[in-house]
Design a protein around this ligand. Structure first.
Ligand code: 4AD
Ligand code: MG
Length: 430
C-alpha cells in the first residue's frame, strides 16, 4: 500500500493509499460515518460507508474518539466542496494509540485552560495554521537575506554584558562569573559585519520584562541584520524591502492557512515598499493635535503607536528619536545631535513596533563618552570598542521581532499564539 501525506494527497487521485494520522473529529449519519483525519500536513475527510466496508471496520469507527491515532486506507477522490479539494473513501482503519477524554473539545475553552494545555492545543487547525505561517515567514526572511548577500552568523546566548539596558536582564551564573541571557545579538553582529560585510542572526532573545501585554514575550526570536558601509537611509530601504517581501510571500504561499485563521488579506495586499517615514518630531505633534498628553523627549506607549500607525495601510517608520530615550550605541544625527539616526517600524492595525534599528556610533571618542554616561562596565565592552579602533566604518542594522510580525500577518489578538511554547510573565509551563 502506498503511504501518502494529506498535504500531497492530490497526487493520488483514484488510487488507494495509507494515511497515518489522528482522528480530529467525527460525524455519523446511520449508515455513513465521516472521519476528520489530520496528519500534520493537512486535514481530510474520510467517508466510511457501512455497505462497503467489513462490519468490524464500521463498528471500530463507531468507537473512535478524538485524537486516537490511526492508520486509514482508502481511495482518494477529488471533492470540490472539501477545503483541501479531496476526500477519501475509507476501506480499512487500524488503531495505533487510544485517546480517552481528550481535554480540548470542539466547545469554547478559556485562555488559561488552553495555555495549560498548549502541548495539545497546537494540534488544533488554527494553531497549526499559525505555526505553519510562522515557519514560512522565517523561510521568507532567510531566503530574502541569503539572496541579498547576507551571511548567517550565530551570536552567543550567554553574555557578560547587556545590549538594551540593564533593567530587564536575565541573570545567571557562568561558573564563578556573572552572566546574562542575551537581549539582542547586535553587538556581536557588529563585529561579524566587520568580518563578513552583510550578516544576520536568527535566534532566541530574552527580556525579564514585568509587562503583561499582548505584545510582550519573555523569550522571543529576533532576526538581526547588520551591514558594514550602510547608512541610516540604506538601513530603512533594506527593512522595507524585507518586510514587503515577507508579506507578499505569505500571501502567495499560505492562502489555505490564512483562510483557516480567517485573516482579512485585503489588509496585507497593500503592504508594498516604500513605506511612509515620519519624524519623531512630527509624530509628537500629530499625537498632541489628537489630544494625547505627550511631550518631546518622551517615549511612545502602545496607544500612541496604534494611533500613529492606524493612519496608514502599510507599516510606517518613525525616525530620529531623541538620543536620551534610545540605546547607547545609536549614532547621533550630525546635523542635529539631540536626535539619533534610528527608526522604529510600526505595523498597521495596532500591532506596534515590529522593528527597531539604527546607524551605530563609529567614533571611538563618542562611544567612550556614551560608556561613561550609561555607566557601562568598561572591561565587558572593551572588545566592542576595538571595532572602532581597527578600521571603523559607518554601519547600520536592525532587529525584527519575529512574534510581532507573526501576530500582525496572522491578525492575532495576542503574541501567545505566535510561538509554539510561549514564555510569558509568570508562565513557564508547559
Ligand atoms: O527594539 P529592540 O529592543 O532592539 C534591539 O534589541 C536592537 N539591539 C536590535 C538591533 O538593532 N539589532 O528589539 C527589536 C524588536 C522590537 O522591534 C520588537 O519587534 C521585538 O524585537 N521585541 C519583542 N518582541 C516580543 N516580546 C518582547 N518582549 C520584545 N521586545 C522587543
Ligand atoms: Mg525598540
Amino acid at each position: 500500500m502506498r503511504k501518502a501525506t494529506i498535504g500531497t494527497i492530490g497526487q493520488f487521485v483514484d488510487q488507494e493509499v495509507l494515511i497515518e494520522g489522528w482522528l480530529h473529529n467525527k460525524r455519523s449519519s446511520g449508515k455513513i460515518q465521516f472521519l476528520q483525519i489530520r496528519d500534520g500536513s493537512g486535514f481530510i475527510q474520510g467517508v466510511v460507508v457501512k455497505a462497503e466496508v467489513p462490519e468490524q471496520v464500521f463498528q471500530l469507527c463507531h468507537t473512535l474518539t478524538q485524537e486516537t491515532s490511526i492508520r486509514a486506507t482508502g481511495l482518494v477522490r477529488k471533492e470540490d466542496r472539501a477545503p483541501s479539494g479531496f476526500e477519501m473513501t475509507v476501506t480499512n482503519v487500524e488503531v495505533v494509540g487510544d485517546s480517552e477524554n481528550y481535554p480540548i473539545t470542539p466547545k469554547e475553552h478559556g485562555v488559561d485552560f488552553l495555555m495549560d494545555h498548549r502541548h495539545l492545543w497546537i494540534r488544533s487547525p488554527r494553531q497549526r495554521a499559525i505555526l505553519k505561517i510562522r515557519a514560512e515567514i522565517i523561510k521568507a526572511i532567510q531566503s530574502c537575506l541569503d539572496n541579498d548577500g547576507f551571511t548567517l552568523v550565530d551570536p552567543p546566548i550567554l553574555t557578560p554584558s547587556s545590549c538594551e539596558g540593564t533593567t530587564n536582564l536575565f541573570h545567571t551564573k557562568y561558573f564563578e562569573e556573572d552572566a546574562y541571557l542575551t537581549q539582542s545579538g547586535q553587538l556581536y553582529m557588529e563585529a561579524a559585519a566587520m568580518a563578513l560585510g552583510r550578516v544576520y542572526s536568527f535566534g532566541p532573545t530574552f527580556r525579564a520584562e514585568k509587562s503583561k501585554t499582548r505584545r510582550h514575550l519573555i523569550e522571543f526570536w529576533m532576526i538581526e541584520p547588520e551591514m558594514a558601509f550602510a547608512d541610516h537611509d540604506e538601513n530603512l530601504r533594506i527593512q522595507e524591502q524585507l518586510v514587503a517581501h515577507v508579506v507578499q510571500h505569505i500571501l502567495a504561499h499560505c492562502a489555505l492557512e490564512l483562510k483557516t485563521i480567517g485573516r482579512d488579506i485585503s489588509k496585507l495586499e497593500t503592504v508594498k515598499a516604500p513605506f511612509p517615514r515620519i519624524s519623531y518630531d512630527d509624530a509628537i505633534k500629530f499625537l498632541q493635535a489628537r489630544g494625547h498628553d505627550i511631550k518631546w523627549g518622551e517615549d511612545f506607549g502602545a496607544p500612541h503607536e496604534t494611533e500613529i500607525a492606524s493612519s496608514y495601510d502599510r507599516p510606517v517608520f518613525i525616525e530620529r528619536y531623541p538620543v536620551g530615550i534610545k540605546a547607547f550605541y545609536m549614532k547621533p544625527d550630525p546635523n542635529r545631535p539631540e536626535v539619533a539616526l534610528c527608526a522604529d517600524m510600526l505595523a498597521p492595525e495596532g500591532y506596534g513596533e515590529i522593528i527597531g534599528g539604527s546607524q551605530r556610533i563609529d567614533d571611538p571618542v563618542l562611544l567612550q563618552k556614551r560608556y561613561e554616561e550609561h555607566q557601562l562596565p568598561m572591561e565587558a565592552y572593551q572588545w566592542y570598542m576595538d571595532l572602532r579602533k581597527y578600521g571603523s566604518v559607518p554601519h547600520s542594522g536592525f532587529g525584527l521581532g519575529l512574534e510581532r510580525v507573526v501576530a500582525w500577518i496572522c491578525g492575532l489578538e495576542h503574541v501567545r499564539e505566535t510561538i509554539p511554547f510561549p514564555r510569558l510573565l509568570y508562565r513557564l509551563y508547559p
